[in-house]
Design a protein around this ligand. Structure first.
Ligand code: FMN
Length: 173
């Protein structure tokens, strides 16, 4: 089984990515193959006629995975434009029969759940199956280690990540 993890932030290896990196560790315990795609490394353009190598590569990676995790920063109460533009290149029914995990990272708690509900609708439009355990976290769930790197400081978030991976695994068995 393979899980493709898609990070929708413009900031390389930031909090949105960190959640996926942690999820990857739980996947290892189930012997699940993983790959993290950072969309900021991809050449993605607005519009349907994008035939860039990066976009066809991304769509192919999705096709070859049994499950997908989308992790997005909360931008203006929704998903990032970068993630939406990438998703717009996925063909109709492109997530059919795929289990999908959803993660969002916010600055505050004011509109913390909105990106997840938007993502859930998008996944449903593509006929994906969003699992029940999703994760909405915000700045208070993180701290910096001695080297100044972000770490997840809220154990409940780590426990939910583990539950999400377990659920993805169950749905794809
Ligand atoms: C353009 C923009 C819009 C944002 N809008 C919101 C918002 O509506 N609600 C919120 O809680 N945080 C908002 N934030 C804060 C980000 O969600 C937060 O900093 C998040 O950690 C970014 O993820 P990253 O560190 O992985 O890039 C916004 C940040 C940016 C740059």
């Amino acid at each position: 089984m393979k899980v493709l993890m898609i990070s929708g932030t413009y900031n390389r290896q930031s909090r949105t990515w960190l959640l996926l990196d942690e999820a990857r560790k739980y996947c290892d315990t189930y012997d699940i193959q993983t790959e993290i795609v950072e969309l900021c490394d991809y050449a993605i353009t607005v519009g349907q006629k994008d035939t860039s190598h990066d976009i066809s590569e991304l769509v192919e990676k999705i096709n070859q995975s049994e499950a997908v995790i989308f992790s997005t920063p909360n931008y203006q109460g929704s998903i990032s434009g970068l993630l939406k533009v990438a998703i717009d290149h996925i063909p109709e029914r492109g997530l059919k029969n795929k289990a999908v995990g959803l993660i969002s990272v916010s600055g505050g708690i004011g509109n913390i759940s909105q990106p997840l509900s938007h993502l859930r609708d998008i996944v449903s439009s593509l006929e994906g199956l969003a699992v029940a355990t999703n994760i909405a976290c915000y700045s208070e769930d993180f701290m910096r280690d001695e080297e100044g790197k972000n770490i997840i400081s809220n154990d409940k978030i780590l426990a939910r990540l583990q539950d999400m991976v377990e659920e993805l695994y169950r749905h794809t068995k």
